[in-house]
Design a protein around this ligand. Structure first.
Ligand SMILES: C[S@@+](CC[C@H](N)C(=O)[O-])C[C@H]1O[C@@H](n2cnc3c(N)ncnc32)[C@H](O)[C@@H]1O
Length: 279
């Protein structure tokens, strides 16, 4: 029997709330909009869901209750002003990264060279390309599972996709890059037990964990960015809130950077460091 879209949202939200979802109404709206192939804002104006759509909604809700991220079910994630294709094998971009992109947009000027390391779905590079001035951009990623998403999400933006380990990649740009931006893996392996199950089970381990203290990738980034950046060029790198002191200390003591600053995200948590390459 057809089900009014508003009623479908309420029904899905009840199931999601009972399963412990932190935002059942928003998730229900997203899933109903997905099966009805409409924008979430148009649900109240939508036609009733037919039997097939109701079945697909029930399946989508069941997947969510089983712990699958909403973005894997819908196949898309929203980041700043852009929408990205995501799914199994690629890290789902998080809103806490958006502030760092805003900071980068305030720095870049036309014609500069911008490199994103650890690019994943390409959320950062895509936002910089679509919202920022015309620059020469590269997006580097190691994971062969993430690369198809990266390539698809950056198609038509002019950003060059590079498959490489950041430690070895883009030597041809050494000493010429104006901005290096990175959201590296930074969760300590020791924190495995405390990481939420949907992150542990659905985000790739290569995207999340980085050595026993979580700082292995940020140590590598210090060397890679120092190699890529021109004198006076800038690094922006995300980290966990609890790593605030360690990361500031690491970059301040490195000897290849000055003007080391830490920045908070939209909810006030320490979230990303910026540093300037010394001459
Ligand atoms: C936290 S995710 C960030 C993805 C994306 N930049 C974002 O903000 O949504 C980290 C990414 O780094 C990649 N990665 C991990 N180690 C790497 C390495 N040594 N070289 C290049 N990429 C690496 C992972 O595959 C993953 O896609």
């Amino acid at each position: 029997m057809p089900l009014a879209a508003g009623a479908a949202v309420r029904r899905a939200a009840l199931v999601l709330a009972a399963s412990g979802s932190a935002s059942p109404d928003a998730e229900a709206r997203t899933l109903v909009a997905h099966v009805a192939a409409i924008e979430p804002g148009r649900i109240l104006l939508a036609d009733p869901l037919d039997d097939e759509a109701v079945t697909r909604l029930d399946e989508a809700v069941a997947r969510r209750v089983a712990g699958e991220p909403v973005q894997h079910i819908t196949g898309v994630a929203h980041f700043r002003t852009t929408t990205l294709r995501v799914g199994h094998g690629v890290f789902v971009p998080r809103p806490e990264t958006e502030t760092m992109v805003g900071w980068c947009l305030e720095q870049v000027v036309p014609g500069q060279r911008v490199v994103e390391l650890c690019a994943g779905s390409g959320a950062i590079s895509r936002a910089l390309a679509l919202e920022g001035p015309a620059t020469d951009q590269w997006a580097l990623e190691l994971s062969t599972d993430a690369l198809p998403y990266l390539t698809a999400n950056l198609a038509g933006t002019g950003v060059q996709v590079v498959e490489a380990d950041m430690a070895d990649g883009l030597h041809e740009l050494d000493g010429t890059v104006d901005l290096v931006v990175v959201n590296p893996p930074y969760v300590p392996l020791d924190a495995w037990e405390s990481v939420p199950a949907d992150v542990r089970d659905h985000d790739p381990q290569l995207a999340v964990f980085s050595g026993s203290d979580g700082l292995d990738a940020l140590r590598i980034v210090a060397g890679v960015a120092a190699r890529l950046l021109r004198p006076g060029g800038t690094l922006a790198a995300e980290h966990a809130e609890v790593q605030h002191e360690e990361v500031v200390d690491m970059y301040a003591r490195d000897g290849r950077y000055d003007t080391v600053r830490d920045h908070r995200d939209l909810v006030g948590r320490w979230r990303f460091i910026t540093a300037r390459r010394l001459s």
